[in-house]
Design a protein around this ligand. Structure first.
Ligand code: ADP
Ligand code: MG
Length: 250
């Protein structure tokens, strides 16, 4: 394995450790959010899963980024449980295939797109259903556009993605849940922040902080531009051939 790939693998392990720490810190917060519109287990589910994932990642010998992601995904699938375990874990296992040749701007975009696609396939939620998809979708689309269209450096693109996810989380508050346990509440879910969108934001924030650290730089300040979001069908990515009606979105 190249020295660069080994260093990237170590950085991914550090990112997983940072996520595990952050989720543990936010455990009560996530539980509170889930107790309002769910069954109060999201903090515990995620803290247990990410602690086990960090341990599994640490135990790998000379890990490359793909192996770390796959290991973390499998551990999350086994340990998180609930609706969110297979969504976070299974999607990560699938997306890890895109890191076959290591982490580059291109492979990171592919990874992000596959991850979102798998969450959508498994959970059948789209933007506006008050789920993790509301944080993930603007983050992934903003990341892709920042790299492919705006030609930003990957770290800056990631910072933009985190900013978009933050606004996606805020967007979950005034809307009604249409997927997952919170949807059983109908209109009573309005006014509540989605737990899974919130934990998704925490994960992205820690990945950004670790990436900046690995590059020996600060987290870049980004302008709060409009996040890139797809149309109502969620099919926005240029050139994916999914839906001709999605061509004019941005
Ligand atoms: P459970 O709902 O089984 O108790 P968790 O509490 O761990 O599982 O996770 C709840 C979160 O999972 C929600 O806040 C939401 O973001 C996410 N979620 C639930 N169902 C779906 C779905 N069908 N698609 C996408 N995300 C979902
Ligand atoms: Mg729950």
């Amino acid at each position: 394995m190249s020295e660069e790939r080994a260093q990237d693998g170590e950085a991914v392990v550090r990112a997983v450790e940072a996520v595990a720490e952050r989720i543990e810190t936010e455990r009560a917060h996530l539980t509170d959010l889930d107790s309002a519109i769910g069954d109060a287990d999201h903090g515990g589910n995620m803290a247990r899963g990410w602690a086990a994932a960090a341990e599994a990642a640490r135990e790998l010998d000379d890990p490359d980024p793909q192996t770390v992601c796959k290991t973390v995904g499998k551990t999350l699938m086994a340990e998180v449980g609930g609706a969110s375990g297979p969504l976070f874990g299974g999607s990560l296992v699938f997306a890890s295939a895109d890191l076959d040749d290591g982490v580059t701007a291109e492979s990171a975009v592919a990874f992000a797109e596959t991850y979102l696609q798998k969450v959508e396939d498994r959970g059948d939620a789209r933007v506006g259903d008050q789920t993790m998809v509301d944080a993930l979708t603007p983050a992934v689309h903003t990341f892709k556009k920042s790299i492919e269209t705006d030609d930003l450096a990957p770290l800056e693109a990631l910072a933009k993605a985190v900013d978009a996810a933050e606004r996606g989380v805020a967007f979950t508050v005034p809307i009604r849940a249409r997927k997952g346990r919170a949807s059983y509440l109908g209109w009573r879910s309005v006014g509540h922040q989605d737990p899974g969108a919130t934990s998704t934001l925490f994960i992205l924030e820690e990945v950004l902080a670790t990436a900046a650290d690995a590059l020996g730089t600060d987290v870049p300040d980004v302008d709060a531009t409009s996040p890139t979001i797809p149309d109502a069908d969620g099919d926005s990515v240029e050139g994916d051939g999914a839906d001709p009606a999605a061509e004019d979105d941005d």
